[in-house]
Design a protein around this ligand. Structure first.
Ligand code: NAD
Length: 370
């Protein structure tokens, strides 16, 4: 089978869907066509792909393969290069109904890896986790870079410097990595989440959990989430959380927000009043910015200073760690391919498989995800 690896064209997208490591494995059974320059921004030269067994080709040839591996969904021009019936694997955004319809119209069989269920068998192909982990790390790095003070406590001959206080809002994969990274830098950390099991995870990393009590059974039930994901909390709980967060944010030097609810606008957790109450020189990294942001003052793709607080709205943090983000993403893709390509290199799509069923967003001219 011909497998195409085009370069990503979306502005700021530096990642690539295959690396020499994964190409080498695929090339044992398939013809792998890598677009010239596809790995350039992830520090992978064409020579390295060629040495792994790929043929370096034009964008057209890469998109015309029977199976196309991408990071992001192709745009309309790229899609038009693809053959009807071709397979497409990537982070295709299963909530983008317009794009799903366009892919179905072109009779593509498309797999949106973000939609994989959070079950043990799917862990090795869980692109949300591999990329959120990197994003959580980079968010702390960006905050530390913008912050005009030290992160760790220092005792020097010229006096003592206090450790930075870091507040993490939303402790999924990204939040846990943000805690671990800030901890390594010596910060004092507090964190908040809606899901009760998170408390233990936060404490095991040496951070303090901000407990927002559940008053009603309904609150408790919603907070348990669904399939590992959070659900929107009732307004009353959100108000109580906001009051507590306001107090903690006033004392914080760095706030990192990661709270997301799949398929919805991100919840507002840091209001303008809270930003106003923060110390001058504080930093907010709003990792939910692509979903509207956890702070209404953050601006997409920009770093702005408002009320003396620096707000960082970088939408694609994994792309700033392109080499490792690509390496992990490419392994996720390779593991997924084992589900739809058999040992002899033949396509064998089991539509009843729980993972295949979840990620297959269109086939036979139809959108499968409702
Ligand atoms: P996510 O990116 O969807 O959301 C980030 C965090 O924001 C979540 O922890 C969510 O609870 C939190 N959040 C939402 N609304 C909030 C609010 N109002 N206030 C505070 N926090 C709020 O989440 P994620 O990183 O994708 O991970 C979700 C969970 O799934 C984690 O517990 C993770 O460990 C788990 N997970 C399990 C598997 C598996 O079992 N295979 C794989 C990956 C992740």
């Amino acid at each position: 089978m011909k497998i195409g690896v085009p370069a990503e064209s979306r502005p700021g997208e530096t990642r690539v869907a295959a690396t020499p490591e994964t190409v080498k494995k695929l090339a044992a059974q398939h013809e792998v066509l890598v677009q010239a320059g596809a790995g350039l921004h992830a520090s992978v030269p064409d020579d390295a792909y060629a040495a792994a067994g790929a043929r370096i080709v034009t964008a057209r040839e890469a998109f015309q393969a029977a199976l196309v591996l991408k990071v992001r969904a192709p745009d309309a021009d790229e899609r038009s290069l693809m053959q009807p019936g071709a397979l497409l694997v990537g982070m295709l955004n299963p909530f983008d109904t317009e794009n799903l319809a366009a892919m179905a119209d072109q009779r593509l069989t498309a797999f949106a890896l973000e939609a994989a269920p959070r079950i043990t068998r799917a862990q090795s192909m869980d692109v949300l986790s591999s990329q959120a982990n990197i994003a959580g790390y980079k968010a702390v790095m960006m905050a530390a870079n913008a912050y005009q003070r030290f992160m760790p406590m220092l005792m020097t001959a010229a006096g003592t410097v206090k450790a930075a206080r870091v507040l993490i809002m939303g402790v999924g994969v990204a939040g846990l990595q943000a805690i671990a990274t800030a901890k390594r830098l010596g910060a004092v950390i507090e964190a908040s989440d809606v899901r009760p099991p998170v408390k233990e995870q936060v404490e095991s990393l040496g951070a303090k959990f901000i407990d927002v009590p559940f008053i009603t059974d309904e609150e408790k039930e919603i907070a348990a989430g669904a399939g590992g994901y959070a659900r929107p909390m009732p307004a009353d709980w959100m108000r109580r959380q906001a009051e507590l967060v306001h107090e903690r944010a006033r004392l914080a030097d760095i706030v990192i927000t990661t709270a997301l609810i799949p398929g919805r606008k991100a919840p507002v957790l840091i209001s303008e009043d809270t930003v106003k109450a923060m110390k001058p020189g504080s930093i907010i990294v709003d990792m939910a910015i692509e979903q509207g942001g956890n702070c209404p003052l953050t601006e997409l793709g920009k770093t702005v200073v408002k009320h003396g607080v620096t707000l960082i709205g970088e939408p694609n943090l994994p792309a700033l760690v392109a080499a490792d983000a690509s390496a992990l993403y490419a392994r996720n893709v390779l593991d997924f391919l084992k589900l739809i390509v058999d040992k002899n290199g033949k396509l064998a799509i089991d539509r009843d498989d729980e993972i295949v069923k979840a990620v297959m967003v269109c086939a036979d001219g139809e959108v499968l995800r409702k």
